[in-house]
Design a protein around this ligand. Structure first.
Ligand SMILES: Cc1ncc(COP(=O)(O)O)c(C=O)c1O
Length: 433
């Protein structure tokens, strides 16, 4: 424990006090395997939060592919190498027709930055439309579209937002098609405002799961209508799959495939390298060709033979371990369990799910739907104390975010559900006292 406190003090000294750390008592992790993590004192935690170790912490197939290629050759992409071509052929094969070309980067932020450059270059516009609680990364241009988190988003003229398309807290109390239309009208309003200011629209950029916004239940038809309006104004549709992609939703490989509209550009990252820095852009070939003809794009560490060997091993593991089917089966089991907990615990206002991704919205009052922010924080800290790692998301930080590595099984779901039941009971008792 003394070592832990010392490490924390040294971290504050060398990294400052505002570099984010999870939990009231920060966790010092030293080892991972599958869906399990161990801290410095040997305590084991069930990981129900991390999507980056997509096919499991330290997946042996991925580790083996990485070390085999690292001990053979690692070099940038200005030489011919099979790995990048093999990998991108396989990766682009998971997309709808029309999205057949790719460029690799190291982070999701770089991928979104590149997507913004490409959209602006190809459309001749500057205006980007996002939700009013967006996070898409940390570079300067991407900070401008980070309406939920970034100071740059408050001053830029190049970005406009529309209200998060939330069926649980709907605009003007509407429902169904009227709600979808109302949100799409707000996208049109953003377009009109750009035009009134003499700014041409370059595109709309959203995460198809609206994950950081709270894993929303999007009103049916909204996204298709919004994209049609943007395209009519000359803009393109950029789907940020950095968090949502790679089969997490079970039925489809990409979250945008749940909708009846194909993006012009898709950005990828996080789970792509299972923790190795691998990210990228998949887009319409005509856009990639036009952009890269004029703007030479080279990324020293993006798409090296090691990165591509890792990316290929992630795809192998997803396929051979049947992890998308697992997301459907285990995902349905978790959802059913969460809905049972909702019947028992007043604190749970809403349960939302997409394969192995769950949002559990906590409210102090089911009628007013007032967000239970303090309780949510208490819940995640108590869960951590009891060996289950989760976090929170959403505008009010009152939505429990459950997004485990894909090898998460029924036996793990039982531990999660039992621990959550115990913690929600504890929190409720504490509130009465
Ligand atoms: C939806 C989304 N896009 C982009 C990013 C940025 O990715 P990275 O941290 O790899 O730059 C994130 C990171 O949290 C994200 O959630």
């Amino acid at each position: 424990m003394a070592d832990h406190q010392d490490l924390l003090a040294r971290r504050y000294r060398v990294m400052g006090h505002h570099s984010p750390l999870f939990y009231d008592k920060p966790l010092q992790l030293v080892r991972g395997e599958g869906v399990w993590l161990w801290d410095a004192e040997g305590k084991r935690y069930l990981d129900v939060y991390n999507n980056v170790p997509h096919v499991g912490h330290c997946n042996p197939r991925v580790v083996e592919a990485l070390s085999r290629q690292a001990s053979t050759l690692n070099i940038h992409t200005r030489y011919l190498h099979n790995n990048i071509v093999d990998y991108l052929e396989r990766l682009t094969g998971t997309f709808n027709p029309g999205l057949e070309m790719a460029m690799l980067t190291c982070t999701g932020s770089e991928a979104n930055e590149l997507a913004l450059r490409m959209a602006r270059f190809c459309t001749g516009g500057q205006g980007i439309i996002v939700t009013d609680f967006a996070y898409h990364g940390n570079t300067e241009a991407v900070a401008e579209i980070g309406t939920g988190f970034m100071p740059e988003a408050r001053t830029t003229r190049r970005v406009k937002s529309f209200p998060i398309p939330d069926s649980y807290r709907p605009l003007d109390g509407l429902a169904g098609e009227a709600l979808a239309d109302a949100y799409a009208d707000r996208v049109q309003q953003a377009i009109d405002e750009f035009h009134a200011e003499g700014i041409k629209v370059a595109g709309i950029l959203v995460c198809p799961d609206f994950a950081n916004e709270g894993l929303l239940n999007v009103p049916t038809g909204f996204l298709e209508k919004a994209v049609a309006k943007v395209r009519q104004a000359g803009g393109v549709f950029i789907a940020d799959e950095v968090q949502a992609g790679f089969g997490r939703s079970g039925k489809h490989f990409w979250a945008h495939q749940w909708y009846d509209v194909t993006p012009d550009i898709v950005t990828l990252g996080k789970p792509m390298g299972n923790g190795h820095p691998l990210a990228g852009v998949v887009a319409r070939p005509d856009m990639i060709e036009a952009f890269s003809k004029e703007a030479m794009y080279f990324n020293t560490f993006g798409g090296t033979p090691v990165s591509c060997a890792v990316g290929m091993a992630v795809l192998d593991a997803l396929e051979e371990d049947n992890l998308m089917q697992n997301a459907i089966t285990t995902g349905a089991y978790v959802t059913e369990g969460l809905r049972k907990l909702q019947q028992k615990h007043e604190l749970i206002g809403d349960v939302r799910d997409l394969g192995l991704f769950f949002g559990v919205e906590l409210v102090t009052d089911r009628h007013s739907r007032a967000p239970a922010k303090v309780m949510a924080r208490r819940v995640i800290n108590l869960m951590r104390d009891q060996g289950v790692l989760i976090s929170t998301i959403g505008v009010h930080d009152a939505i429990l975010k459950l997004r485990p590595p894909m090898p998460f099984q029924i036996e793990h779901a039982d531990i999660l559900l039992h621990t959550l039941d115990t913690v929600l009971t504890q929190v409720a008792v504490k509130e009465v006292v």
